[in-house]
Design a binder for this molecule. Structure first.
Ligand code: CU
Ligand code: ZN
Length: 221
């Protein structure tokens, strides 16, 4: 019967609050074994607009774990596929690793976008995650979600291996529940000299995207 608690009627503001209260499972820990059931709810997280709200999970995990592991499976493309792993130990940069296939050879903008909302494909993921109100730039400054470019080889394969000092999986600025987008074009890192450069880096179409979700192996062994 537990699953019933998570069925939220559309537009019920009070009920939305339910999703944020701790106590997903015994001992106030998120109950990973019931994760599939929770997914049935249509409520979105106000913070990230993700279907599955991870705010309280992130909090309880941050208190009890020294390593957070999340992943993002790229979707909404026939050609471009990939799975990205994100790892963070307490007080260290987040490591972002993976392999993306099906790309045109060359550089492609790669960002964390604000919302984990794929209701309109990659278009509904919002702009780059930008909690500090900066202009677009590269991995060391600009939007927190600016991860620069990934480079696909002649076979269209890009190996992602990024150390992101400003990206957090833990705490209030956790990117869990937000989105990752791979773009058609090269990101000019804010150096393009036009308005769009300071917003998106002129990285062009959104080729593929996915929601950053916690991995089950965060659970205590
Ligand atoms: Cu982007
Ligand atoms: Zn940006």
């Amino acid at each position: 019967m537990r699953a019933k608690e998570f069925i939220i009627m559309p537009g019920t503001a009070d009920a939305m609050g339910l999703v944020h209260k701790p106590g997903f499972g015994p001992n106030n820990r998120f109950d990973f074994k019931n994760k599939g059931n929770n997914r049935a709810n249509e409520a979105s997280c106000p913070r990230t607009k993700a279907k599955e709200c991870s705010c309280s999970q992130v909090k309880s995990l941050t208190e009890s774990q020294d390593t957070m592991i999340a992943q993002c499976e790229l979707m909404h493309s026939e050609k471009v596929k990939g799975t990205i792993l994100l790892m963070q130990k307490t007080n260290t940069p987040t490591l972002i690793k993976g392999t993306i296939t099906g790309l045109e050879p060359g550089e492609h903008g790669f960002h964390i976008h604000e919302y984990g909302d794929m209701s309109d494909g990659c278009a509904s993921m919002g702009g780059h995650y930008n909690p500090d109100g900066e202009d677009h730039a590269g991995i060391d400054n600009g939007h927190v979600g600016d991860l620069g470019n990934i480079t696909a080889d002649e076979k269209g394969v890009a190996v992602v291996n990024i150390k992101a000092d400003r990206v957090d999986l833990m705490g209030d600025r956790s990117v869990v529940g937000r989105g990752i987008v791979v773009h058609a074009d090269k990101d000019d890192l804010g150096q393009g000299g036009d308005k769009e450069s300071l917003k998106t880096g002129n990285a062009g179409d959104r080729l593929a995207c996915g929601v950053i979700v916690l991995r089950g192996d965060n659970e205590d062994k």
